[in-house]
Design a protein around this ligand. Structure first.
Ligand code: FAD
Length: 391
C-alpha cells in the first residue's frame, strides 16, 4: 500500500464544508508556496518577510471570527484550522498573525467602544495597519494578573503611561500596540491603543532569540507617554477584561501547537520513507514505526481535544480552564512530537536545511508563551479543586 503522509488521521478537516474548507486550503496553499521556500532563510537572518503582509491580506482571514467591521464572522473551529495550517509550515508566521488578529484586534473587539471598533477593526482586517499586544514586563511575566508595574495616570483629557514591556511580538514595526497599565488612581488594569509615532514610545528589537526568530519581539520603554482618553479601550476596566482576550487567544495557541506537531510529524514520516540504512528505508524498521505511531497518537489526541475546544467556544461556553487545559496538553504533546521527529532525522535533525531543527526550537517558545505550563496548570487546578495556588 502507498504511504499516507497526512497528520489528520481521523480526517477532522473533512467536517469542514464549502467555503470553510476552501479557506483552509487557500491558507495551506499560501503557506506552501509563499512561506515554506523562505521560512529557514528569514528564521536564520531573524528578519520578518514584510512583503508577505499584502499577500496575507488577500486571504481575508484577519479577525476571522469577529462579527461586523469587515470581519467574516466565521467559526472558532475554522479559525483553529487556520492557525494549525500556518504553524504546520512556520510557527513564526502563525505567531505574527495570532498577535495581530487575535491579541491586538481581539483587545479592540472585546474591550473597545463602538467608535473605536469602527475606526480600527476594518483597517486591521485589511492588514493596512498591523497590531501588537504589550502585557508582559521585564520583571513581571506569569504574575501579570496582580503585578503590573507599568502605570497610567489621567491628567485632564490625557493619560500618561510609564514603564517597560518585554517580548512584545510585531512591536518593532506595528502601527499600534495595545499597552496594559495599572491606573494609579484606582489600581485597576486599563488598556491603551498606542501609536508607533508617539514620542514617549520606544520599541527596541530583542536580539539573539533561539526560537521563533522570524517574529520581531520588542522591549518597549514608555516614558511619560501621553495617550488621549479617546485611545483608552473604553470597555477595559480591570484585568478580567484582559483575561477575556487571553482566553480566546490561548485556544488559538493550543491549535498552533497542533500545527507545529503536525508539521514535524509529516516531515519526519516523509524523511523516514526516503532515508535508507541497511539497504532499506528506515520507515521499515519496527522501532522507527513505533516512534511514528506514538507521534501520530499524540497528534490525534491533540487534534480531537482542540476540535472540541472550538466547539465549546462556538457554543459560547468556553471557560478559562477549558482553554488552559488545552494549551497545557497540546504544548506538552507538541514538545514530545518534535523531539521524536528530530530523533528520526539523526544528525540531519540539527541542520536548518532539513526544517525540523526550526520546529524543535520554535516549540520551546510556544510552550512558554501565553501562560507557561505551570500557570495554565494552576488555572485548571484552581477550577477542579476549588483551591487557588496563586495566593
Ligand atoms: P516567569 O513568569 O518569570 O516564569 C519563570 C518560571 O517560573 C516558569 O517556569 C513559570 O511557570 C514559573 N512560575 C512562575 N510563577 C509560578 C507559580 N506561581 N507556580 C509555579 N511556577 C511558577 N507577552 C506579551 O505581552 N506580548 C507578546 O506579544 C508576547 N510574545 C512573546 C513571544 C515569545 C517568543 C515569548 C518567549 C514570550 C512572549 N510574551 C509576550 C511573554 C510570555 O507570555 C511570557 O514569557 C510568559 O507569560 C512567561 O513569563 P516569563 O517569561 O516572565 O516567565
Amino acid at each position: 500500500a502507498p504511504p499516507v503522509v497526512n497528520g489528520d488521521f481521523y480526517e477532522l478537516s473533512a467536517t469542514l464544508t464549502g467555503e470553510d474548507r476552501e479557506i483552509q486550503l487557500k491558507v495551506r496553499d499560501f503557506m506552501e508556496t509563499e512561506i515554506r521556500p523562505i521560512a529557514n532563510e528569514y528564521w536564520n537572518k531573524a528578519h520578518f518577510p514584510m512583503h508577505i503582509i499584502p499577500l496575507m491580506a488577500k486571504l481575508n482571514i484577519s479577525g476571522l471570527t469577529y462579527k461586523g467591521y469587515g470581519c467574516a464572522g466565521k467559526s472558532a473551529l475554522l479559525e483553529g484550522f487556520v492557525a494549525m495550517e500556518m504553524a504546520r509550515v512556520d510557527s513564526s508566521i502563525s505567531t505574527f498573525f495570532g498577535v495581530h488578529s487575535g491579541l491586538a484586534m481581539g483587545s479592540i473587539y472585546l474591550c473597545g467602544s463602538e467608535e473605536q471598533k469602527q475606526h480600527w477593526l476594518p483597517i486591521m482586517q485589511r492588514m493596512e495597519i498591523i497590531g501588537a499586544f504589550g502585557l508582559t514586563e521585564p520583571e513581571v511575566g506569569s504574575g501579570v494578573a496582580g503585578g503590573l508595574t507599568t502605570t497610567c495616570e489621567r491628567i485632564g483629557d490625557e493619560w500618561v503611561i510609564n514603564g517597560q514591556k518585554k517580548w512584545i511580538g510585531n512591536a518593532t514595526f506595528s502601527d499600534i500596540t495595545i499597552i496594559w497599565a495599572r491606573d494609579l488612581a484606582d489600581n485597576q488594569v486599563k488598556g491603551f491603543i498606542v501609536k508607533k509615532e508617539n514620542p514617549g514610545f520606544v520599541a527596541e528589537k530583542m536580539q539573539d532569540k533561539m526560537a521563533l526568530r522570524t517574529v520581531q519581539n520588542a522591549l518597549i520603554t514608555l516614558t511619560d507617554c501621553k495617550v488621549p482618553e479617546t485611545d483608552r479601550l473604553q470597555n477595559a476596566n480591570s484585568f478580567k477584561d484582559t483575561a477575556n482576550v487571553l482566553r480566546m487567544t490561548r485556544a488559538g495557541v493550543a491549535w498552533q501547537a497542533v500545527g507545529c506537531g503536525r508539521g514535524a510529524y509529516e516531515l519526519a514520516l516523509k524523511y523516514t520513507l526516503e532515508r535508507k540504512q541497511f539497504g532499506r528505508p528506515i520507515a521499515g524498521f519496527q522501532l522507527v514505526q513505533d516512534l511514528l505511531v506514538t507521534m501520530l497518537g499524540d497528534l490525534t489526541a491533540m487534534q480531537t481535544l482542540v476540535y472540541r475546544l472550538s466547539q465549546l467556544q462556538d457554543g459560547g461556553v468556553l471557560t478559562d480552564e477549558h482553554a488552559s487545559l488545552a494549551k497545557v496538553f497540546s504544548t506538552l504533546r507538541m514538545r514530545s512530537i518534535v523531539d521524536h521527529a528530530r530523533e528520526l532525522f539523526g544528525g540531519n535533525g540539527i541542520l536548518l536545511e532539513y526544517d525540523i531543527a526550526r520546529f524543535v526550537a520554535d516549540a520551546e517558545a510556544i510552550y512558554s508563551y501565553e501562560g507557561t505550563k505551570e500557570i495554565n496548570s494552576l488555572i485548571v487546578g484552581r477550577a477542579i479543586t476549588g483551591e487557588s495556588a496563586f495566593v
